[in-house]
Write a protein of this length. Sequence first.
Length: 202
Amino acid sequence: MTGASLGQSAGARAGDPAQGSHVAEGKCAQCHGADGNSSDPQFPKLAGQSPAYLYRQLSDFRNGIRKSDIMGPIAADLTDAEMANAASFFGKQPRKADAVKDQRLAAIGERIFFSGMPACAMCHRASDRRGMMGGGMMGRMPMMGMMSGAPNLNGQHAAYIADQLDRFASGARPSSTPMGRIAAALSEADKRAVAEYLSGLR
Ligand code: HEC
Ligand code: HEC
């Protein structure tokens, strides 16, 4: 039923990024930006996101598993091929990070990301820069990140991340992954801190 399971979605097909660029330009760019780096934080950045994750979110929007008054009708209007092509196009665009506004808050967020229980970095890829500093975190190993099906959070808008954590915690965004439980265990301050940290990662 829900495609939002651990591991790659069986429904994700290899898309054609050249075809996807037309879909993006015509149907997505006004909100998500021509290259998937949206400037308005209410619209998530799609650039540099795993195509399998993007595809799965689109099909969850279409099926109403992930509820959005905006994305629901848009996804319902796409064919499977358009979804796969757009996912492939956006996945190939380099993501541009935001500037961290509050360094102190970001430093608290960094500790949550790497040393919280559980550490977000177990599943979400750490930045390349940080990963090179060593350590055995599973999230730094590309295979593990892929197996977990966890999206790339690096450079994502802080406000979007904090909002999604609220939705996982309340169940408004249902997930067959442990994200509901994980988000519910974070305080409001923790959510803001980890979101601030992630927004500045490259
Ligand atoms: C009118 C503005 C708008 C347009 C046009 C639009 N989106 Fe979105 N999109 C949103 C909003 C708002 C969200 C956040 C939805 C939520 O979580 O409630 C979103 C979320 C998403 C997500 C989830 C990202 C994540 O990190 O989980 C994907 C994937 C997505 N959109 C793909 C697309 C694609 C592909 C197109 C073009 C076919 C598109 N969107 C067109 C507004 C838009
Ligand atoms: C056990 C693996 C795992 C851990 C640990 C984990 N996540 Fe996730 N996370 C996921 C998966 C898988 C998804 C995709 C959920 C879905 O599609 O339903 C996700 C989704 C998310 C999203 C939504 C991103 C988007 O683009 O909409 C955010 C934000 C997020 N996680 C933040 C965190 C934070 C912060 C932590 C640490 C406090 C964390 N995660 C720990 C696996 C994990």
